[in-house]
Design a protein around this ligand. Structure first.
Ligand code: CUA
Length: 184
C-alpha cells in the first residue's frame, strides 16, 4: 500500500510539472504573438505624425509656411505639401552649399517624391511627416516627380527644383520668410 501511494504522489507531481511547463510555453507563445502583431501595426520609431485633416488650418504646413525658410543655424528648411495632383509650392528654390531639410506631408492619399541624381527619395504618407536631408554643390534645375501612383492625375504631378548660387539666393530671397520660385 505504502509503495503504491508514493507512486501516486510522484504521478501527481509529474502532472503538476507538466501543467507548469505547458503554462510557461503558452505564455511565451502569447508574448511572441502579441509583440508580433503590435509591431506590425506600429510605424517604426521616431516617425513624426500629423493630423492630415487639419494641415490647412494650423501648424507647420499652413499655406503661408510652405516654401524654403533659412533657419538661424544655416539650414534651409523646405516645407512641401504633396496633394492630388501637385506639390505646393510647385517650384522649390534652394541655395547651393547649404544643408537642406525637406519636410513633406499629404492631406489626401499616398504620394512620393524624388530628385534624380540625389539622395532625395521618399514616400509621403497622409498622417506622417517625411523628412529628407540633402545638399546641392552646384546650381541647376531639377524635376521632382511624384513616384507613388496616386490616381488618374499621377503622371502630371511634379515640381521644379531650382538650385541657385548661395550668394544669389541671399540677394534675391534673403528678405523672404518663405521663398519659392512659383511666380517666375
Ligand atoms: Cu502624387 Cu503620384
Amino acid at each position: 500500500m505504502a509503495g503504491r501511494s508514493s507512486e501516486e504522489v510522484v504521478a501527481r507531481f509529474e502532472r503538476r510539472w507538466a501543467f507548469v511547463v505547458a503554462a510557461v510555453v503558452a505564455i511565451v507563445f502569447a508574448v511572441i504573438i502579441f509583440t508580433g502583431l503590435h509591431w506590425v501595426a506600429q510605424p517604426p520609431s521616431n516617425v513624426e505624425t500629423i493630423d492630415a485633416t487639419r494641415l490647412h488650418l494650423a501648424g507647420e504646413f499652413v499655406e503661408a509656411n510652405l516654401g524654403t525658410a533659412l533657419q538661424p543655424d544655416g539650414v534651409a528648411t523646405v516645407r512641401v505639401i504633396a496633394q492630388q495632383y501637385s506639390f505646393v509650392p510647385s517650384c522649390i528654390v534652394v541655395p547651393t552649399d547649404t544643408p537642406i531639410v525637406i519636410r513633406a506631408t499629404s492631406p489626401d492619399v499616398m504620394h512620393g517624391f524624388l530628385i534624380a541624381g540625389t539622395n532625395v527619395n521618399s514616400m509621403v504618407v497622409p498622417g506622417f511627416v517625411a523628412e529628407v536631408r540633402t545638399r546641392f554643390d552646384k546650381p541647376g534645375d531639377h524635376v521632382m516627380p511624384c513616384h507613388e501612383y496616386c490616381s488618374v492625375g499621377h503622371e502630371g504631378m511634379w515640381a521644379r527644383v531650382k538650385v541657385i548660387d548661395r550668394a544669389e539666393y541671399a540677394r534675391v530671397y534673403g528678405g523672404q520668410q518663405r521663398a519659392s520660385c512659383v511666380s517666375q
